[in-house]
Structure formats: structure tokens, C-alpha cells
Design a protein around this ligand. Structure first.
Ligand code: NAD
Ligand code: DAU
Length: 339
């Protein structure tokens, strides 16, 4: 099998490349990424020298070059991770999210149809379902929950999902969609909650918690997300959506306090800052469909996973220093300077 993995130098994409090379060493992988601020070739360093792996720097919106690549490579499966992925950035610059997340998806699907790709898999998010009330612990997102978005990011991801389903119905594209909850693990860019808090704590800087820190996220180790996508893209039913999540709901403040405790840092580092605009209250996935149809099961529980993840960042401080220099300093000042 020949796979195209887009967004492969980002957080989940790079973890997925390692997962595939490990579980399916007979497959060939073309890893594509534009290398925006979020993409980092160092994330793929461990693939160097593997004859089944090749990296291509390309923009998923670049129709001409995407077509050339598809013609040359004749992919069996396309997995699209490439996206603008940070909610806070989407509040500052919505248009970029529309161009990458919607137009980029349409170019990849056109190429998939034109060059006979057997399965197109769209990596989506639970954020397309909007949010759940904090006090209703009995409610979960199922695949039937209506799309109801809050941020420009989630609206762009939902638009892409609708387009993927339209390509299935109108053009007969063979496709699946996965909607996962919040991921954590190695190689996550420190604009997201967990690596940002680890990075600030190791420098004894304040930890900016939005609002009162009571918003709830349903955390899943990135390895378990990768195993879910692998099952869906190879064995999932054509035209179907699958939720992925492991029932690890935590309030943000709880996650932040866990990080401080693990690092031996005081809770006095926590600073409550102005809330995110339109901030979703709670996410919680019902994963029964993927469990029952495809036999998916997460291997990580949150306590083990978060400890291992904190250790990873502490063992890779050089990586962290590199990605938090330069443009990151400007981003941090803009986002948190007057908050
Ligand atoms: P990320 O921001 O770490 O990585 C995105 C990658 O896409 C980067 O390497 C970037 O360079 C690349 N990219 C951006 N624009 C591109 C373009 N025009 N052409 C080619 N490459 C481009 O994001 P992530 O957290 O790894 O998320 C990957 C996917 O998973 C996204 O589609 C996101 O919506 C989805 N997702 C993320 C989470 C999460 O918790 N992080 C959960 C569910 C779903
Ligand atoms: O649910 C899946 C989604 O999870 C993915 O689709 C997105 O790509 C991914 O970024 C993530 O979105 P969130 O907005 O939930 O993740 P983030 O890490 O930005 O924030 C997690 C929670 O922590 C959220 O309630 C906001 C809060 N937060 C975040 C940051 C960066 C803070 O309190 N302080 C912060 O500095």
C-alpha cells in the first residue's frame, strides 16, 4: 500500500507516521507538509534513512503540484491531517483557516478522485459538535450529534467534513471521517494547553489559565488517536464518521495542577486570565461505534500518559527551546501580553 500523510510534520501527523512505519513496515509513506510555524522537520528525524519513507514540502492548496504528486505516486490511501489547528489563532485570523482547512481539503479530494485513490480519510475533531453543559455529565457526543460550531476553527473543520460527505454522495468518493477529542503526547506545539504549561512551569513563568479553569476537555493520548485512525482508514465503512475518545474528562485547572505537581512547582504560578471568546464548556466523546465495529481500545490511561508526556518534554528541552524561540516569542506576547 502507498499512503499519503498530509500535515505529517505537525503533532499528530508525525506521531502517525511513526505509528504506520512501526505497524505496517511493508507500506510506503509519502509525508507531506508545508512546514508552517506548526510543522517541524525535526519531528520526523527518526524516519531518516527508512526506505519506505519520503518527505515532500508542499501546500495542500497548490492544485497543480498536488495533481503532479498524485499522478507520480498513485496513492492507495490519503490521510489528511494538514490544517490550521489552534482555536486562539482562528479568532485572530479566520480567513487562513478557511483557506487551509476547507479549500485544501477540496484540492486533496479532487486529486483523490482524479487519480483513483481507494480511500480518503479526513482527520476531523469533536469540536464540530460544539459543546456540552458542564453540569450534564450524562451527555456525550455521538456521531449523530448535530454539527453546532463555536469558533472559526471548528466552523472550518465542520465545513470540510460537510464537503467530504458531499464528495461521497455526489462523486462517489470512498471516504471516512474521524472526530477525536483533545490529544496530548510528544511533539505537540507549545501553543496548546499541556506543552505550554509544561514549558512555562520549567521556566518558573506564570501559567495562564483562561477564565476560572473549569472548562472540561476529554484527553486522549496521541498514540490511541493514531491506532483509531489506522483502523478506520483500513477497515472503516465507506461513507462513515467515527468518534474517537477514551473517557478522560478533566477540568483545565486539574490538568494544570497535575503538571505543577509532577514538576515539583508551586500552584502560586497559576494566573487566571481573560477567558477565550466563545470558549466551549465541555467536550466528551461516546466512542462505542469505533469500539464495537472496529474493536478499538485505548492503551493509555490519563495518569500514566500525562506522566510519560511530561517526562518526554523534560527529556527534549532542546526541541522545546528551539520551537519556543523566534516567532513564538512574538506570538506569546501578542496572545498573553495584555490578557
Ligand atoms: P498541528 O498544528 O500540530 O499540525 C498541522 C500540520 O499541518 C503542521 O505541520 C503544518 O505545517 C501543516 N499544514 C498547515 N497548513 C498546511 C498546508 N496548507 N499544506 C500542507 N501542510 C499544512 O496540528 P495537530 O494538532 O497535529 O492536528 C492535526 C489534525 O488533527 C488537524 O486536522 C486537527 O484539526 C485534527 N485534530 C487535532 C486534535 C488535537 O487535539 N490536536 C484533536 C482532534 C483532531
Ligand atoms: O477537541 C479537539 C481539539 O482540541 C482540536 O480539534 C484542536 O486542534 C486542539 O487545539 C484542541 O482544542 P482546544 O481549544 O480544546 O485546545 P487548547 O490546548 O488550545 O486548550 C485546551 C483548554 O485549555 C481550553 O479549554 C482552553 C484552555 N487554555 C488553553 C491555553 C492555550 C488555557 O486555559 N490557557 C491556555 O494558555
Amino acid at each position: 500500500m502507498k499512503l499519503l500523510i498530509t500535515g505529517a510534520a505537525g503533532f499528530i501527523g508525525s506521531n502517525f507516521v511513526y505509528y504506520e512505519l512501526d505497524k505496517h513496515p511493508e507500506d510506503e509513506i509519502v509525508a507531506l507538509d508545508l512546514l508552517t510555524y506548526a510543522g517541524n522537520l525535526k519531528n520526523l528525524k527518526g524516519c531518516e534513512g527508512n526506505e519506505h519513507f519520503r518527505f515532500v514540502r508542499m501546500d495542500i492548496r497548490d492544485r497543480e503540484n498536488i495533481y503532479k504528486l498524485f499522478e507520480e505516486e498513485q496513492f492507495d490511501i490519503v490521510v489528511n491531517f494538514a490544517a490550521e489547528s489552534h482555536v486562539d489563532r482562528s479568532i485572530e485570523d479566520p480567513e487562513l483557516f478557511l483557506r487551509t482547512n476547507i479549500i485544501g481539503t477540496s484540492v486533496l479530494m479532487d486529486a483523490s478522485l482524479k487519480y483513483g485513490v481507494k480511500r480518503y480519510h479526513q482527520v476531523s475533531t469533536d469540536e464540530v459538535y460544539g459543546d456540552l453543559p458542564l453540569e450534564r455529565k450524562d451527555l456525550f457526543f455521538t456521531e449523530e450529534t448535530p454539527i453546532h460550531t463555536s469558533s472559526p476553527y471548528s466552523a472550518s473543520k465542520a465545513s470540510a467534513d460537510l464537503l467530504v460527505m458531499a464528495y461521497h454522495r455526489t462523486f462517489g468518493l470512498n471516504m471516512t471521517i474521524s472526530r477525536c477529542s483533545n490529544n496530548y503526547g510528544p511533539y505537540q506545539f507549545p501553543e496548546k494547553l499541556i506543552p505550554l504549561m509544561i514549558n512555562n512551569a520549567r521556566h518558573d513563568r506564570s501559567l495562564p489559565v483562561y477564565g476560572e479553569g473549569l472548562n472540561v476537555r476529554d484527553w486522549l493520548h496521541v498514540y490511541d488517536h493514531c491506532s483509531g485512525i489506522d483502523l478506520i482508514m483500513r477497515g472503516g465503512r465507506n461513507g462513515e464518521v467515527y468518534n474517537i475518545g477514551g473517557h478522560n474528562e478533566k477540568a483545565n485547572i486539574e490538568v494544570v495542577k497535575t503538571i505543577l505537581k509532577e514538576l515539583g512547582k508551586p500552584e502560586s504560578l497559576i494566573t487566571y486570565v481573560t477567558d477565550r471568546k466563545g470558549h466551549d464548556l465541555r467536550y466528551a466523546i461516546d466512542p462505542r461505534k469505533i469500539e464495537m465495529e472496529l474493536g478499538w481500545k485505548p492503551v493509555y490511561d490519563f495518569n500514566t500518559g500525562i506522566k510519560e508526556t511530561i517526562e518526554w518534554y523534560m527529556d527534549h528541552q532542546e526541541w522545546m527551546d528551539e520551537v519556543t524561540s523566534g516567532d513564538y516569542l512574538h506570538y506569546y506576547e501578542q496572545m498573553y501580553g495584555n490578557r
